[in-house]
Design a protein around this ligand. Structure first.
Ligand code: ADP
Length: 264
């Protein structure tokens, strides 16, 4: 059986006392090695979930466990070492003058020895196919390349879970696919859990499981295929099924027969 990595147990959260609950009695589990997509329209509570996992916020009700440990003010520093987060705007994530300085930064903060740092810079840049850019200034890179570096920086600290919070939102469809292909490959190779938080249904195709959020509650939890088959209901909660998925579904309905007989 897979080990639970992130557990939300009846979590409710609101930003201020007397303001409406943003997350309502939310319970779900994400397992080790799993690729889960959390999807929902804007304002459905996705980013709040990411901030709770990372201990930037704490729930007023319920409990969150990471690797079996309850998230609170005392445990959060140790827990953050297990979690790598990549956000929407890569420009806000750069601190180094060169790509390699940037990848080194998180490791320096954790006191990783220099030799080990050099090894990990090499490995992670190779993993995201950016080895040739080691000495480039980050601001000279394209949006997709910047996100690759942000991912390399996070991988360098060897997290157990990688969370992408709308991390491909600023990229074109090709760039998005490249990033999603890279991270899903990496998570398989390294045994990482992967959580992608998005409002774009095209991004959930590779996930094993999809959690659909609506108004602070789980609207559905299913495989991408099951989710895509509910396109009418999804539209009602502000999500559009990508055209290609619709086409694939329609084609399944058509009885295509292959024949070896000559067409005359
Ligand atoms: P999503 O990521 O799905 O777009 P969020 O988690 O950002 O949703 O937001 C959920 C709800 O919480 C929205 O109604 C939003 O307006 C509200 N919210 C988000 N951040 C804050 C904040 N800092 N203060 C008050 N309300 C907030």
């Amino acid at each position: 059986m897979r080990k639970a990595l992130i557990e939300f147990r009846n979590v409710s959260f609101r930003y201020e006392e007397n303001s409406p609950w943003v997350l309502k009695n939310l319970s779900f589990t994400i397992y080790e090695n799993e690729f889960v997509a959390i999807i929902g329209h804007n304002g459905s509570g996705k980013s709040t979930i990411a901030k709770l996992v990372n201990g930037l916020l704490f729930p007023q009700q319920g409990e969150i466990l990471i690797n079996g440990i309850t998230v609170n003010e005392e445990t959060i520093w140790a827990i953050r070492r297990e979690i790598g987060m990549v956000f929407q705007n890569p420009d806000n994530q750069f601190v180094g003058a060169t790509v390699q300085d940037d990848v080194a930064f998180g490791m320096e903060n954790r006191g990783i020895p220099r030799e080990e740092m050099i090894k990990r810079i090499e490995e992670t840049l190779q993993a995201v196919r950016m080895s040739d850019y080691r000495l480039t200034e980050p601001h000279r890179l394209s949006g997709g390349q910047k996100q690759r570096i942000a991912i390399a920086s996070v991988l360098a600290i060897s997290p157990k879970v990688l969370i992408l919070d709308e991390a491909t939102a600023m990229l074109d469809p090709k760039g998005r696919k490249e990033i999603m292909d890279t991270v899903s490959e990496l998570s398989e190779q390294r045994g990482l859990s992967l959580i992608t938080i998005t409002h774009d249904l095209a991004e959930v195709v590779q996930a094993e499981r999809v959690i659909v959020m609506n108004q602070g509650e789980i609207w559905a939890e299913a495989t991408p295929r099951e989710i895509f088959s509910k396109r009418k209901e999804l539209r009602e909660i502000g999500l559009d099924v990508p055209f290609v998925a619709i086409l694939a579904e329609e084609l399944k309905q058509v009885d295509v027969k292959l024949t070896k007989e000559p067409l005359n």
